[in-house]
Design a protein around this ligand. Structure first.
Ligand SMILES: NC(=O)c1ccc[n+]([C@@H]2O[C@H](COP(=O)([O-])OP(=O)(O)OC[C@H]3O[C@@H](n4cnc5c(N)ncnc54)[C@H](OP(=O)(O)O)[C@@H]3O)[C@@H](O)[C@H]2O)c1
Length: 221
């Protein structure tokens, strides 16, 4: 089906990333997944653990803040999807990962980069309602370093030549449930989004050009 398309996945071992990996494999893509550590699990029925031994999966052990690791990850890939998230006490990851990815994309001639962030990112196209504005202010005041780092990542994207899509998410609900969902480039009137909806939307962006160089909010309605 899509085996000839190889996707580099970052954050694939995380809570949202596992749904994404499972969904991409259902769709038949070949994957290179960056993991800092291999998951330890006795849960042989866990679909994510089972999928890591899928012949369409290649694990790349490494860190998103290391350019050489990103180069090994992106080699031979046609697109990148990232659900990388900040871990407490670690160096800021969002802008470093984006900087490394953009540089490696440029070296390899890869065009498509799809990533996620929170609804606190501001863009010049926003018409944020009071709920989204309040969430943005809360994030700015509570996690200023993470907020600034995410904004820097957005800035790097807008200055690049690549076909990026930054998907802005409200509270994630970790669920296999497919609910009604909507995307908007101006505001996020929904309070939550299911992980399965995120996985579906991210995969759709591989072929859909609607949100190229845009930062849609995605939410359940
Ligand atoms: N949770 C929410 O409600 C919410 C809302 C809006 C947006 N978001 C965003 O959505 C994304 C996914 O959220 P989540 O809750 O699924 O995140 P998560 O479970 O915390 O997963 C984050 C992933 O990023 C990886 N990671 C972090 N630093 C890394 C590095 N330096 N190199 C390589 N991998 C690294 C982690 O790997 P390790 O296991 O090795 O640490 C993990 O796989 C994040 O960007 C988050 O900010 C979340």
């Amino acid at each position: 089906m899509n085996q000839h398309i190889k996707i580099a996945v970052l954050g694939g071992g995380g809570r949202t990333g596992q749904y994404l990996v499972n969904h991409l494999l259902e769709k038949g893509y070949s994957l290179k997944i960056l993991l800092r550590n291999l998951p330890i699990s006795d849960e042989s029925s866990d679909p994510f653990i089972l999928n890591l031994s899928n012949p369409l999966v290649e694990i790349v052990t490494g860190d998103a803040v290391c350019f050489d690791d990103i180069k090994r990850l992106l080699f031979d890939c046609q697109a990148i999807i990232s659900t990388v998230g900040q871990r407490p006490g670690e160096p800021m990851v969002a802008s470093s990962a984006t900087e490394n990815i953009l540089k490696a994309m440029n070296e390899y001639g890869i065009h498509r980069y799809i990533l996620v962030a929170g609804i606190n990112i501001d863009t010049p196209f926003d018409k944020k309602g009071s709920q989204t504005k309040a969430a943005t202010e809360w994030m700015k005041n509570t996690f200023p370093e993470i907020h600034t780092d995410r904004a820097k990542s957005y800035d790097l994207l807008t200055k690049s030549d690549v076909e990026w899509t930054l998907v802005r998410l409200p509270m994630i609900e970790y669920s296999d449930e497919i609910l009604a969902a909507q995307a908007s480039i101006v505001d996020c009137p929904g309070a939550g989004i299911s992980t399965k909806n995120i996985a579906i939307f991210l995969e759709e962006q591989l072929s859909d050009k609607t949100y190229i160089r845009k930062a849609p909010f995605l939410y359940n309605i």
